[in-house]
Design a protein. Structure first.
Length: 405
């Protein structure tokens, strides 16, 4: 049985958002406890689940300041270009990192690599205590503290609890926070492929009638695929044998990278949109997917979560330095004001893009192809879109700007 303990901040959920927040706070000398349902062995050796994340430039800055990026860099593939096209149309949108400087637009990193680096960094921080293999049976909150009662009966008390427990967040539901939510009639099929030719650090986003087909470059001659398909067809595709699956994949992938070979397992993830009507409740704040979940069409889900982390860590640390209560409504309201607009805009953009491109309407196709080509010929607007995708636009927290807390 885990002994009772106290901390300034309690984080429920040891995924990439929760672990990054724990690193940020502990690095700033804030005592933090993390409750993770994964066992200590699973935490030390994260499983491969087929997924990789596009780490925007601003998110890379967060991880770099926190000492995590050096543990990731060797397994990260810099994104040098992005090509956006509508099926087989000759009109397209092309982003090149050289148009705005000498730094990459971001990087693609497999999720298990990020998990491993975060967990190693946490293990080196004396102010962070990870409680593995446990879940929260109940969270009691009063005017002064939040107390998590774990499934083994132990209690963890803090001035503030953070729900980083995913889009189905039990803590959010227990707090009575409603959500706006709908499910897309789409499934994301995720797998890794090896290919014969060099990808040259180019990420491809192809819009097909069923949904976007993303080809994300990985180190070596490898790529992570996010194949959005109608949910009913996805079941059939996933049931195919290896040869038939590879053939279907090749029809969508094309032959520009040469012969393909599927590496490892295939995974399927239902797609949905979710937005919490409030990011805060007494002694509680939501972060990452617990607060918002978006369509993967632009690869921005984790980046939004890391910007949540940067903003929330900043308001907590600043409050403590001023002798304020980090769990007070006034402090938490500042976090919600900071993050809600950015998240809402990105949710609206990704939802609109998915609806605009995931259809067979000829008039809409003509309009969207013309739009892609027009933006491609407007350097100023294109640079603005690039900087926005890199997470470098708006009221940026210190960590996103590459500054320590």
């Amino acid at each position: 049985m885990t002994s009772d303990m106290e901390a300034d901040v309690l984080i429920v959920g040891g995924g990439m958002v929760g672990a990054t927040l724990a690193v940020a706070l502990a690095s700033a000398d804030v005592p933090v406890a993390i409750i993770d349902r994964d066992t200590p062995d699973q935490i030390a050796h994260p499983i491969r689940d087929g997924r990789a994340s596009a780490i925007a430039s601003g998110s890379q800055a967060v991880l770099d300041v926190l000492g995590v990026w050096p543990r990731v860099a060797a397994d990260a593939q810099p994104i040098l270009q992005v090509r956006v096209s509508d099926a087989d149309s000759l009109l397209f949108l092309h982003y090149d990192h050289r148009d705005i400087g000498d730094k990459p637009l971001g990087a693609i990193v497999e999720n298990h690599v990020i998990h491993r680096a975060l967990n190693a960094r946490l293990a080196a921080l004396p102010n962070a205590r990870v409680i593995g293999g446990r879940t929260v049976a109940a969270l009691e909150r009063d005017a002064h503290r939040a107390t998590a009662i774990l499934d083994d009966g132990a209690r963890v008390t803090a001035r503030l609890a953070i729900a980083a427990d995913g889009r189905n967040s039990p803590l959010r539901r227990a707090a009575g926070i409603d959500v706006v939510e709908w499910r897309y009639p789409q499934t994301g099929i995720v797998c890794t492929v090896r290919h014969a030719r060099d990808h040259r650090g180019i990420a491809h986003e192809r819009f097909l009638p069923a949904g976007p087909f993303a080809i994300l470059p990985l180190p070596g001659k490898r790529a992570s695929l996010v194949w959005t398909e109608r949910a009913d067809i996805a079941k059939t595709v996933l049931a195919l044998d290896d040869a038939a699956f590879a053939a279907e994949l090749g029809l969508r992938f094309g032959d520009f990278l040469g012969a393909l070979e599927v590496e490892g397992a295939r995974y399927a993830y239902p797609l949905s949109l979710l937005h919490a009507q409030s990011y805060i409740a007494p002694r509680l704040a939501l972060a990452g997917d617990a607060a918002h979940a978006i369509h993967p069409i632009a690869g921005q889900g984790l980046n939004l979560g890391l910007r949540d982390v940067a903003a929330l860590a900043e308001v907590i640390v600043d409050a403590l330095r001023l002798g304020l209560d980090p769990g007070s409504t006034a402090v938490l309201a500042g976090y919600e004001r900071w993050r809600r607009f950015d998240n809402t805009v990105m949710m609206a953009v990704t939802d609109s893009l998915n609806r605009l491109f995931s259809n067979r309407s000829t008039p809409l196709r003509l309009a969207r192809d013309t739009g892609l080509a027009a933006v491609n010929r407007m350097p100023g607007l294109k640079r603005l879109f690039m900087r926005h995708a890199m997470g470098l636009v708006g009221d940026l927290p210190r960590l996103v700007r590459g500054q320590a807390l």
